[in-house]
Ligand binder design. Structure first.
Ligand code: NAI
Ligand code: MG
Length: 335
């Protein structure tokens, strides 16, 4: 049976890595049909809107989207379409695995296998109440954390640990300083943790977590944290395993899910055909797990590992001389 998914090609390296990813998914025979929808700069030019209603309708209908990165201007300009998508579909769980792979330029060629579970709909990251005073002297932002938001993300992390046989959850916070927001998150996390005596749980302050991740990443199994900390930590984790080209992310809600790479649109290498497609491919593997195709997800991951092991057409970020498409073809030949 064919399943239709929404495909957003995105900005910068987005279209290149999406072509590569769909090529591999087709080789896999996952039985997917693609409904293309626009968002971001492309959508603005075509539809006069950054996030057109037809795109939202497509995701509502298909419930599953595979999305390339979207550019968000730094400082002034429009606010993030990624944040808008996550909030519109209430995709509260951002699940970001980081795993050591062979033949990367990582400082940790083995021993890292962790998942960051990031709250995805509230906290400082969503930019609520952003304002700059008329004279440009004072900038403010509202940071809101709720019991409901905290509870469901921590519960998601514990359930994920149970389902995937993981043993330990680290709750990452800054409740020593941010007593209200991070304090509430930690309090709720402790309550939820008490319901899961089978899973070990510890707490760690976010700055120490960054140091611990760099020194001894093998001590982490599942990290659960608030939105902004999760954003920063997951890029750090990508760096541990060989870079952003290898780090995928799933945005999961009750009624929809969007799968992507952790990285952005990489304007510095866009259009050169050298972006590593593995992050989006690994995001596609998370998608296959989610839609009930775990065997295909595993075949895809194994083909990526085998291609890395063979050093076959690896992209320059991994030290090779392959292109986005030649790397994808090498992976496709091994699925
Ligand atoms: P970035 O993640 O696009 O790039 C950071 C560095 O990693 C660059 O040197 C880039 O060349 C490299 N890199 C990223 N992906 C790569 C890949 N697949 N293969 C090889 N090298 C890769 O971060 P940056 O430059 O801070 O952000 C650029 C834009 O992307 C911004 O507008 C930002 O808002 C947006 N962004 C979008 C995301 C999304 O759609 N989910 C996530 C992160 C950023
Ligand atoms: Mg980020």
């Amino acid at each position: 049976m064919t399943q239709t998914i929404t495909v957003i090609r995105g900005d910068g390296i987005g279209p290149e890595i999406m072509d590569a990813t769909l090529h591999v998914l087709d080789a896999l025979g996952a039985g997917l049909a693609y409904e293309e929808a626009d968002a971001g700069q492309v959508a603005l030019e075509k539809h006069g809107e950054l996030l057109p209603q037809v795109t939202l309708d497509s995701i509502h209908k298909n419930k599953i989207a595979l999305k390339s990165p979207l550019t968000t201007p730094v400082g002034e300009g429009f606010s993030s379409i990624n944040v808008a998508l996550r909030r519109h579909f209430d995709l509260y769980a951002n699940v970001r695995p980081a795993k050591s792979f062979p033949n990367t330029k990582s400082r940790f060629p083995s021993g890292v296998d962790l998942i960051t579970v990031r709250e995805n709909t509230e906290g400082a990251y969503i930019g609520e109440g952003q304002a700059v005073s008329a004279d440009g002297e004072i900038a403010t932002l509202t940071q809101k954390v709720t019991r409901k938001g905290s509870e469901r993300i921590v519960r998601y992390a514990f359930e994920l640990a149970r389902k995937t046989g993981r043993k330990k959850i680290t709750v990452v916070h800054k409740a020593n300083i941010l007593k209200s927001t991070s304090g509430l998150f930690l309090k709720v996390a402790r309550e939820v943790a008490a319901e899961y005596p089978d899973i070990q749980c510890n707490e760690m302050i976010v700055d120490n977590t960054c140091m611990q991740l760099v020194m001894r990443p093998e001590q982490f199994d599942v990290i659960v944290t608030t939105n902004l900390f999760g954003d920063i930590i997951s890029d750090l984790c990508a760096g541990l395993v060989g870079g952003l080209g290898l780090a995928p992310g799933a945005n999961i809600g009750k009624d929809a899910a969007i799968f992507e790479a952790v990285h952005g649109s990489a304007p510095d290498i866009a259009g050169k055909g050298i972006a590593n497609p593995c992050a989006l491919l690994l995001g596609a593997a998370q998608m296959l797990d989610h839609i009930g195709q775990p065997e295909n997800a595993e075949r895809l991951r194994k083909a990526i590992v085998a291609t890395l092991e063979a050093k076959d057409n690896l992209t320059p970020d991994l030290g090779g001389e392959g292109s986005t498409m030649s790397f994808a073809k090498a992976i496709a030949s091994r699925v």
